[in-house]
Design a protein around this ligand. Structure first.
Ligand code: G3H
Ligand code: 13P
Ligand code: ZN
Length: 337
């Protein structure tokens, strides 16, 4: 069931965070749905109530352009039929103004992110306000970003600038955004920390204290870049030197400080890379795409289940189901443009 993002946030606020996972292809999509239902091996496994979790499926502009955004929408609709027990929202990740309008007008998305965090405050507010006005007309909520993460996101190469709590108050009031992505020390990709740095939970706490009660916060760049997967990639011919990520044990403390959505993409790529490298290393005669795909889907499902345990969302699905309603608007798939 596709639901609104705000209902998921209301259920999670202060207790756990909802995992927001990026998808690009079919195997990732199947692994994601199975993982969130505790079905590690097959679509037909029974749902495991102790593991199953609500989730946010998110699509970047890069994913929309990779094949054609209509394939993604069709895949998600099909997954919704194949996995009728799933409860999830569909979200545009790091949208431009143009991409946000396209998603809002399509009627398919539960929420959009406008990312004008590379602009100065007044400009970020102005752009976000325009998107919010248009989204709210259609009952869609908007995530915005204030502050700057490090690392690379599509065409933006960032230098870190933590979110200022005072600016956050002004930004939320003037832009009307429904949730706020904050920069508290994370960055995108597999190389987040050079030494023993970690999240600035003190900054997060200050932001939570000054924003309206219950206002949902979002943490980008939250992959943990597990050593196990990095070592396996390197042992199978990869060259990921000095990769490091967020300590998974910081997800729950962040959730208690108002983080309702934790964005994870890189970790999924690492699982994909590990399985495919090992599979071709161990079966050099193979040229069929399905053997590694058959290994990847259960491995990804198990990884998602592990992640949800760390986020505290594992085991929440049945409780969410008692309060949730389907998202009101479902339109035909988007046009090509
Ligand atoms: O924050 C960026 C996400 O990891 C999406 O990555 O733009 O390469 O699809 P992408
Ligand atoms: P990671 O690169 O840490 O997975 O972050 C993903 C993200 O923030 C997507 O918006
Ligand atoms: Zn991000």
């Amino acid at each position: 069931m596709i639901v609104t993002t705000e209902q998921l946030f209301e259920h999670a606020y202060g207790n756990y965070a909802v995992g927001a996972y990026n998808i690009n292809n079919l195997e990732q999509t199947v692994g994601l749905f199975r993982g969130n239902l505790g079905k590690s091996q097959s679509n037909d496994d029974p749902v495991d109530p102790a593991t199953s979790a609500p989730f946010i499926l998110q699509i970047s502009r890069g994913a929309r352009a990779y094949t054609d955004k209509r394939f993604l929408e069709a895949m998600i609709r099909t997954a919704d039929e194949v996995f009728p027990e799933a409860i999830f929202a569909v979200h545009l990740d790091h949208g431009t103004e143009e991409a946000c309008y396209d998603c809002i007008d399509s009627g398919f998305y539960s929420s959009v992110m406008i990312d004008a965090s590379d602009k100065e405050l007044a400009k970020n507010i102005e752009i976000t306000r325009r998107v919010v006005d248009r989204a709210h007309e259609k009952g869609i909520v908007v995530e915005a970003e204030l502050g700057r993460l490090g690392g690379v996101e599509e065409d933006v190469v960032g230098s870190v600038c933590l979110t200022d709590p005072g600016e956050a108050v002004e930004f939320v009031e003037k832009s009307g955004c429904d949730s706020l992505a904050v920069a508290i020390g994370t960055s995108h990709g597999a190389y987040k920390f050079a030494g023993s740095q970690s999240l600035h939970l003190d900054v997060l706490e200050s932001i939570q204290q000054v924003l309206p009660e219950g206002f949902p916060l979002v943490m980008h760049g939250s992959s943990s870049v597990p050593k196990e997967w990095v070592d396996r990639i390197n042992n199978a011919g990869g060259k990921l030197k000095g990769a490091s990520g967020v300590d998974e044990n910081q997800y729950l403390p962040a959730a208690r400080l108002g983080v309702c959505k934790v964005n994870i993409d890189t970790d999924g790529r690492l699982v994909w890379c590990t399985i495919h490298r090992e599979s071709f290393r161990d079966n050099p005669e193979n040229f069929d795409l399905r053997p590694p795909g058959k290994l990847f889907m259960p491995a990804y499902a198990q990884y998602i289940a592990h992640k949800n345990r760390k986020l505290g969302s594992a085991g929440q699905l049945e409780s969410v189901r008692k309060t949730i309603k389907p998202r009101p608007m479902v339109a035909p798939v988007s046009s090509a443009t």
